[in-house]
Design a protein around this ligand. Structure first.
Ligand code: PMP
Length: 307
């Protein structure tokens, strides 16, 4: 699916073709960038688009820039205005995946901290088939990057060399996706999603010190499981072999949304079909993100209502 024709470059609306960086920029040479993936949900009844948890995504982007020591040249309001202006300039009226990248520009050496650029763009992205059908995944032979080497808790571009290697390995072996373990062999996360499992009526997910991204969908799922499903959620260390004993599992992310995990390493979880808790989490999630319920209004930023 092609990217929407207009993008935002340092707050200016530019055609897709003109949103470029130099081949010797810091982001190309050293991978010095952080990015965000958000969703804008089109609500046909209200005739508006809701960006899900916009503020939290922008805060994570700023936090990532801080960790990478990129000059803090963009405040949250500027980043928000740039993103919203790009959506409006394209007149997008469908569900989209929104991408923002803060990157090291210029062609200076390794320790440069600026100039910093910001780009925003959108790709039409309806709900994927895996949300309904589920996925079969494998445990990776690649260890998840560790916090004392790279910052897994933010979306640093360079982190994704690790995710990509794991994803490619899984695809080569005919799996739909991959679950990475930490260097200590504990369950970490997928290449673009956080892992949850259901066991004996409780929900379990790796804690934020398991070298995972501080995922906004993970936080949302924890809240919805506790509040709407009334089930306990335990954030803790999880072993690989415990996953094989799960009654059901799912993973989640802004792009993935909530996808049932049907098997891990070809061992079926439960009866090998999407579980009841997973289906309930999906329903609660889509009701909230698509604006079909009134609660959590702060999580939905209307794009056109305030135009
Ligand atoms: N882990 C990784 C490695 C990811 O790339 C993503 C997608 N951003 C997630 C988890 C889910 O994070 P979020 O819910 O914030 O999209």
């Amino acid at each position: 699916m092609p990217t929407a024709p207009l993008m935002s470059l340092n707050g200016r609306i530019v055609p897709y073709e003109q949103c470029t960086v130099h081949a010797f920029s810091g982001v190309v040479k050293y991978g010095a960038a952080v990015f965000e993936g958000l969703r804008g949900y089109w609500n046909p009844d209200r005739g508006d688009m809701y960006v899900f948890r916009l503020r939290e995504h922008l805060e994570r982007l700023r936090y990532g820039m801080r960790i990478l020591r990129l000059d803090p040249v963009f405040d949250l309001d500027f980043m928000e205005r740039s993103l919203i202006a790009m959506i409006r300039a394209n007149g997008l009226r469908e569900t989209v995946h929104l991408r923002m990248i803060a990157y090291l520009d210029g062609d200076d050496e390794l320790a440069a901290t600026g100039p910093v650029g910001l780009v925003c763009g959108a790709v039409p992205r309806p709900r994927g088939r895996a949300v309904e059908e589920g996925v079969h995944i494998a445990v990776s032979t690649y260890a998840r990057i560790a916090d004392n080497a790279l910052p897994p808790r933010v979306k640093a571009t360079a982190n994704y060399v690790n995710n990509r290697a794991a994803e490619l390995e899984a695809r080569r072996n005919q799996y739909d996706g991959v679950l990475m373990l930490t260097a200590q062999g504990k369950v970490s996360e997928g290449s673009g999603a956080c892992f949850f499992m259901v066991r004996n009526g409780a929900v379990h997910t790796p804690d934020v010190s398991s070298d995972i991204l501080e995922s906004i969908t993970r936080d949302t799922a924890i809240e919805l499981v506790r509040r709407k499903l009334g089930l306990p959620v335990h954030e803790r260390t999880i072993d690989r072999h415990e996953v094989y004993a799960a009654d059901e599992a799912f993973w989640c992310g802004s792009g993935y949304e909530i996808q049932p995990i049907l098997s891990v390493d070809r061992l079926a979880l439960g009866d090998g079909r999407p579980g009841a808790v997973t289906r309930a989490v999906q329903k609660a999630y889509f009701d909230v993100v698509e604006g079909r319920v009134e609660d959590y209004p702060a999580w939905r930023s209307a794009v056109y209502a305030n135009a």
